[in-house]
Write a protein that binds this ligand. Structure first.
Ligand SMILES: [Zn+2]
Length: 511
């Protein structure tokens, strides 16, 4: 008789929310990414670079394991999930698990900075419900993006939480593998994970926080990873909360998973949090007006020089409808070839109706999220129309296809504006290239991104400047009107010196 296999459930709901974006995240946004997989369709992720793929790869090798696929859903960052959207995804994940019980282990993969209308902590809500369903002796292990806002509720419901180690995130697959390996060790009683978590009143923007070269954050990550060599430590994470969720319990945090020793886990998490706090001022960013950035860019030989509208980072949840850069370029009367992009479905449709070669006068930008500026009235010519399909050349979605919908290139003097119907995650220059625009041949290129450009454009950019434009993902957190965040918090309240991290811990599974 064949031995009974040990069943492990896998679920994922991943989106980074932004409370400063007007429109909520609807289910259609998960569908747009082509990443809303239910039940056995989750296996379609095999061979991809995702966390779930990493998990499936490790579990496939273990002959005594049966995977129970629940749901895998990922959407580009946007406003908080609507009630309907969250209820649907939660019910899919939880309902499928209820139907599949009993299981011997649970793997969850969430971004970790998601919010829903009426629920500040969806990942905590899901983890808590799953704990109720599976009981205290079934291990639950969660993976998070390193920009996750880990909460007490999650820590108390889970047995381990593992964050990405790299930013930009090129270790997504490996994070899934690490989680699956730890789960297998835990189920075989080779490890007894317990979480120590320390949260700081600290909100930072991610601009100076890559781990790919020598930054204060890279050094902090190295300190954390060195701790993994210490006796009794299973995993360490430092979460850089450059997240735009306006909830009371938000902040950068450190998390240590120890082997059965909660006191050790908390002590080491607190030590990492202290290093983080001491370096907080090193993450602040210099910003320039468009005119000043153009002036400095002209001193650099050749192009492209990137003009970074980080406040409108679609990968961070912005709608992409900011038009501040184009407005600034027009005011500066720039004569060099410039590329810019804006999400404006109404204008894209108007261009499509007018047809190729047509000259028209349109209102452009700031229609989806009018809080951050007013549309500009411009006259230009439609020089290209496309269906908006493109393939990512790298990053978290590397190799996957996406669409910006019906799009047009609208030319005003020397400025070519890619007008898109949908916002899309920004890795390199895929969107421009799909529209036949080659950044190589431009002096100034508008980029709505605060990190990936360093990789996507690394071989061609001559320089970059951060613009002081307003938007839901600004280069300085104090530019945002937070209302619910627990105060005081850095950098909204200055003069904070010593602070105590808020600490939480989970219970060991056994022993
Ligand atoms: Zn991230």
């Amino acid at each position: 008789m064949a031995a009974t296999k040990l069943r492990i459930a896998i679920g994922q709901i991943s989106s980074e929310s932004n409370h400063f974006v007007s429109a909520p995240c609807e289910l259609s946004m998960f569908r747009h990414t082509g990443y809303l997989l239910e039940g056995n369709d989750v296996f379609d992720l095999k061979g991809s670079g995702t966390e779930v793929s990493g998990m499936l790869g490790v579990l496939a090798v273990a002959s005594d394991i049966e995977v129970v696929p629940l749901l895998a859903a990922r959407a580009n960052s946007s406003g908080p999930l609507s009630e309907d959207c969250y209820r649907y995804l939660r019910n899919e994940l939880i309902g499928r698990l209820r139907h599949a019980l009993p299981v011997k282990g649970v793997l969850l993969s969430h971004h970790g900075s998601m919010a829903a209308r009426g629920e500040d902590d969806p990942e905590g809500d899901i983890a808590e419900e799953i704990r109720r369903m599976v009981g205290p002796s079934v291990p639950i292990i969660i993976t998070h993006d390193l920009h996750a806002n880990v909460t007490r509720k999650r820590v108390e419901a889970a047995n381990a939480i593992l964050g990405y180690e790299r930013y930009p995130h090129d270790d997504v697959f490996q994070t899934g593998e690490r989680a699956a390996r730890l789960l297998l060790r835990t189920m075989r009683r080779e490890a007894n994970p317990v979480i120590g978590h320390a949260k700081l009143p600290l909100l930072l923007t991610a601009f100076n926080a890559s781990t790919a070269w020598d930054t204060p954050y890279a050094r902090l990550m190295q300190a954390a990873k060195a701790m993994e060599n210490e006796r009794g430590i299973l995993s360490t994470s430092v979460f850089f909360v450059g997240s735009y969720i306006d909830v009371p319990d938000i902040g950068c945090n450190a998390l240590v998973v120890a082997d059965g020793d909660a006191e050790l886990a908390v002590r080491r998490a607190r030590a990492l949090a202290e290093i983080f706090w001491d370096r907080r001022r090193e993450f602040q960013v210099e910003t320039l007006s468009v005119a000043e950035a153009v002036r400095r860019g002209r001193r650099l030989e050749g192009g492209p020089v990137l003009l970074l509208d980080t406040a409108d980072t679609t990968g961070g949840g912005s709608s992409g409808d900011g038009i501040g850069l184009v407005k600034g370029l027009l005011e500066t009367q720039v004569g060099e070839r410039c590329l810019a992009m804006v999400v404006d479905p109404e204008a894209a449709t108007a261009c499509a109706h007018a047809g190729l070669g047509a000259e028209l006068r349109i209102h452009l930008g700031h229609k989806l999220d009018p809080v951050w500026g007013k549309p500009i009235r411009v006259t230009g010519r439609v020089v290209r129309l496309i269906d908006g399909q493109f393939q990512y050349s790298g990053g978290i979605l590397g190799g996957r296809w996406a669409t910006m919908g019906c799009s047009a290139v609208f030319k005003i003097g020397s400025i070519e504006i890619l007008i898109q119907t949908y916002p899309t995650y920004d890795w390199a220059d895929e969107q421009y290239r799909a529209a036949g625009l080659d950044p190589h041949t431009a002096k100034f290129v508008g980029v709505k991104n605060m990190m990936n450009f360093r990789f996507g454009y690394r071989n061609i950019m001559k320089g970059f400047y951060v613009l002081n434009l307003a938007g839901p993902t600004p280069p300085d957190m104090s530019m945002l009107p937070f209302k619910r965040v627990q105060r005081p918090v850095f950098p909204l309240d200055n003069g904070l010196k010593e602070v105590a991290a808020r600490v939480s811990t989970s219970r060991p599974l056994f022993g």
